[in-house]
Design a binder for this molecule. Sequence first.
Ligand code: MG
Length: 218
Amino acid sequence: MKTIKIRNKNKEYSVGKIICLGRNYAEHIKELGNEPSELPVIFLKPASALIYSKHPIEIPAYSQNMHHEIELVLLIGKKLKDANAVEAEEAIIAYGVGLDMTLRDVQDNLKKKGQPWTTAKCFDMSALVSDFLAKEEHKVSPEDWMTLKVNGVVRQREQLNKMIFPPARIVEYISSFMTIEEGDLVFTGTPSGVSKVVKGDKLYGEITNVASFETEII
Ligand code: MG
């Protein structure tokens, strides 16, 4: 059972599912040659894929091209279905920053065949998260910056105001077709700058005023 704790709080949340958004930043859509979508592109990761800051990430043997995708992560605090925008906002109780590790070569093959992305996105250690900060302590602002460094060099850096679908809209949309439960995580998509990692790379990610993580590729 994977759990999430909020900084300075005692309660532990059991993670049921990890809901992820694709194509939420215009420049990232362009860099992968994708088309923008009218509605959010949604996929799932299993809770078993979840790891925490300082845990290493192992490249699966069947891929030669694992990419980093840094993302704002939402922790859901209550059960939600068919939520309106206000209910969706209220259900987001904490923020973290995470990595949606992606096997780009595997995903490209799956896309060509029109098959689901499961083997490219759901492998062990493919979802890393920082610790979480309660919304009551800091509500993420569109002005907040998200940065990912590999071996000290900035690879991804963007302001959250570049998100096409903001957090409450994402949660509202997901709840229109799926019950979201307490402890579920929502990965909100990555900005441009995704690129390959190799064994030995050291990754550091942060959202200013929110949280940070570090990890190593093995
Ligand atoms: Mg992603």
